[in-house]
Each structure stands twice: as C-alpha cells, then as structure tokens.
Design a protein around this ligand. Sequence first.
Ligand code: M6R
Length: 593
Amino acid sequence: MCGIVGFLGDNPEKILIDRLKKLEYRGYDSAGVAVKSQNKVNIFKSKGEIKNLENIIKTTENACLGIGHTRWATHGKPDEINAHPHLSSDGKWIVVHNGIIENYLTLKDKLVNDGYNFYSETDTEIIAKLLEYYSKSGSTLDAIKNTVNKLNGSFALCILHKDDNHLFFVKNRSPLYVAKNADNVMVASDVVCFKGFSEEYYNIPDGYYGFADSNNVKFFDKLGEVQLSTSELDLCEFESETTFKHFMLKEIYETAPSIKNILEHYSLKNNRKQFDKIDFSKIKKFKFVGCGTAYHACLVGSDMLEEKTNVECNAYVASEFRYSNPKIGEDTLVVLVSQSGETADTLAALELARQKGAYTVAIVNVEYSTLAKCADCYLPIKAGVEVGVASTKAYCAQLAVLYIFSQIIYEKMGLGSFNLDDLENLSKNFEYGNVTEFKLLADALKYNDRIFMIGRGVDYYSALEASLKIKETSYINSDTYYAGELKHGFLALIENDTYVIVFATDKKVLSKTISNAEEARARGAKLILLTCFDFKPHELDNFHYVIKVKNANGPLQSILNIVPWQIIAYYTSIFKGINPDKPRNLAKSVTVE
Ligand code: M6R
C-alpha cells in the first residue's frame, strides 16, 4: 500500500528516491516527490515504477527539504494526476497522505461551495485545500490543527509549505515514524527507511502532529506540546549467503531459520509471563481473527487449540468479524494474527474486541506495529522482515507460534505442562523437498487457467493457503473445496485433464479423501497427491504425481504441507514471466478497510 518519506537535509532527492525504493515492497502503482529550496518547490510525479520517477527528477538547487510518496490507488485511477504530492489552489501547501479520508465527499462539497476547484479524483486533495482554507485565518500550525480536526478516517501525512522550512507531519490510524541523526530528520511510514540513518526513532501516537526543523522535532497532541521517548531500531533480518533472484524464494528458504529463532525465543519462560494478567478461569471461548494468509493460519490455530483444551474456538476473516456482531466479552480471548500488524481490518477487530471487554493477544511479525503495541499480550513470530507480497515464511512462523500459543494456554488453564518437543523435532528434521520435481510440476501447471485443490479438516486449510499462493503469484484460478463436497456441485467443473490437487495427511480421513479424489479421476481429472503416508505401488498408479512430505504426527503438519506449494507457486510465476514479489493489484500491507 502507500508509502511516505519526508526528509529534512541537503540533497533530499537522492534520499527520497532511495527510501521510496525501500517501500516498494508494500505495493504501489505511481510515485511522486516534492523538493523544496528556500523559495521554490519542484514536484515530480510518474505512473509505474520508482525508476520512472528517478528518470524525470531534476536537481533543485540548494534543496533542503522534501517529501515523497508511493501510491496504491484507492480513490481514482493510478495516473500522474492522482499521484501524490497534492497541492492547494494557491500552490503553497504540498501534501502526501496514506490512509483514507472517510468524509472527503462532504468536505469536498463544502470546499466547492467556497469556490475551490479540484484537479484529481483523490481524497487527499481536499487536505491540501483545507490547509489553504484554514491558513487564511491562522498560523501554519493552526491550519494543520484545524484541518486535522475536520478529517475522519485514517491518515498519515507529510506536509510542506512553500514559505516555511519546516517538515510537518500528522498521524492517525496509519503508521508514521520520525527519526533524526546529528544533521537530518526523516519521517517515514515504515521504519525500514531508517536503516543506516539512525539507531532510534519516535513512534508517533494516533492523533499527534508535529514538525521538524534542523534543530528540533516537536510533537503535539490536542492539548499542546508533548515529549515522546525514542524506541531502538531493531530490524530482525536474516542474511542469506546465496543470492536469490526474488524475495519470495529467499523468504521461503528462511522458514527453517525462523523456526529456530522461534524455539530460541520461546524456550525462555519469561516470554510467557505476560499471560499472567489474564484470568483464565473466566475464559470460555477463543476467537482467532486475520486476513488472507493470516486467516488461514487462524483456521489451523483455532483447531489446534480446541483439540488441546476442548474449549470453543473459532476463526474469522477480520473484515467480516467486525460486522458480524460477534458474541464476545470478558469471557473471550481474541487472538489477532498478522504479518504486518497494520492490516486495517485486523486492527478494527482488535478495537472491537477491546471495546467489548475481551482479552486480546496479537501474533505478529512486525514488532513495532500497531497491533503488537495495542493488544494485551503480544507473541512475536520472529520471522524477520518479509518483503515478498506473497506471505511464505511468515505463514509457517505464525503456525509455529500458534502451536506455542496453544501450549501456553494449555499450561495456563492447568491442563498440562508447556512442551515444545514436536516443534523441536520438526525443526531438526525440516526439509524443503525436491525442487527439481517442484519445477516440473510448476511447468505443467502454468498452462492451466484453473485448477482445484481438495482436502478434509486441517488438510483443507493447507489447500486454501496453497491455492492463495498459486492465485496471487501465477494468476491461475485455483479453487479449494472440502473433499467431501465434490459430488455436491463442483464435480460438474471437472473435464479431461483438469488438475485436482489432493491434500491427504490426516490418517483418520485418509481413505475418505482418497475416495473423493477417485470420484474426480473417474471424470477425467489428473490428480496430484500431497501426503505423508506410504502407498502401495498400485494405489499410486491413480495419481499423476505424488508429493511426499514428512509426517509431523500432529498439528504442525500444516507447515510441512505448505512449503512445497510455496516453491511450486514461485516457479509457476517465474515460468509465466510474472514477478512473484510484486503481483499485479496487490500490496504487502493492506492499511485500508
Ligand atoms: O500483514 P497481514 O498478515 O495482516 O496481511 C494479511 C493479508 O493481507 C496477507 O496475508 C495476504 O493475504 C498475503 N498477500 C498472502 O500471501
């Protein structure tokens, strides 16, 4: 999604472009910068990749300040007009914005009545116009304060004024951070921008605004100036000896180190101490909430915990949770799972859970994220920075931490003792599988417009996640069904040579799943089986291909099931000439609802 960088210091162009490139992984479709010298502001915008912007930027003599933006279109198509920065009518206010202004149409109507003209389809342009409106009757800072008071929704803003050498910023329900070093100040929507710039940063709370000049950074809340303390910049990354062509592949191969990291972190008892604040005698149900891949992790985590504790557990898609009037209260523990910790729907679910008095636990990768900060308890997934839009190592790390979470709850409910043996075994024996064979499969799948995946129970969840990986990186329509549902409708879609991928790693339903697969084969389907069991040679004859994974003998099987499909999805996209790190229309961090 959108990214923001602001820089106060010499030669801002170079820094802005460099830092916007660090934000590229979040997904965007246009980019722009505004660069200011004492009395001049130059604006450059372009559609598409940052290198297009880089090609058109001209040096602004004596430049001392600048703001930059990568835009992921929400209001208006991705073009140069709608790209940020946006301008007031008098050209004095220059704004970049992440988030959504929910009342922008009402505000726009009022401004139009007051004689303002609009050149873009964005919600952001109204901010620039409002700033101009309010600056007619007050100081620059008053104009910012009055403008912000009118806005509903989520907004992180970086603002310049033509006649002022301060770098202004505002933060509300969309991430924004400030860092300074001896000479310069940087504002950014992701702390990855501060790498090599500063060892510490300010995490701006919601509702705060402020400005920086060459000597100072000042923060304000509704009541006046406030002092903030800094946090240490701690970007947990894995250095890889091999040079991978894409982050997606690099990150798949960081699964094993992530699991080792997790084991190391959670073997220490004090990491579980935070759960002492929860009164487990009151807890009657658990709700797991996430989006996309994180939701798939929730499905597995919910089953894991229910099996371990026999307490009611359910998983929800975050965008549905909020509006489904969930029955939650003081007897509920809501578990929010997210890689980024900034997914708008998941944050909204957290807010609702808190309002209703439920306990909240965040299972998150980005340790400085809003979700990590705002939940009652926080379990980091320790996967290191994940850049590829397709979540891979983070999914496996989420499953490992959900397993640990189930162990923690088991212990806290007095049902038995905390034990990581299964995860340790998995870590010791972890394998990525036969990549040559996965490449052959990817080559075969790339010619298909659609494929099907089936499974029962937890295998169905693996199929859902494998389908999502194939869809988002290869643009193949991969549909997932419960194996038992085949004959209730979707068999009608099976034609000769339709690929059906069968996940069969649960012993208690193995024969049932295989019979369902047979029903598809009898109608012409080509079956690809993923299993952890040995089959007799004549039984294997019915399968076009078999992927054999290790048997985790329990809830961690989902980790072993998905890794081959992450690799297959990666190669399918490569063979189709798609960049798997930046699938079309998608963003890494979905910060709008
Ligand atoms: O950052 P989050 O884990 O909250 O993100 C949730 C989804 O947007 C994310 O998992 C998405 O589905 C991925 N692109 C899947 O690979």
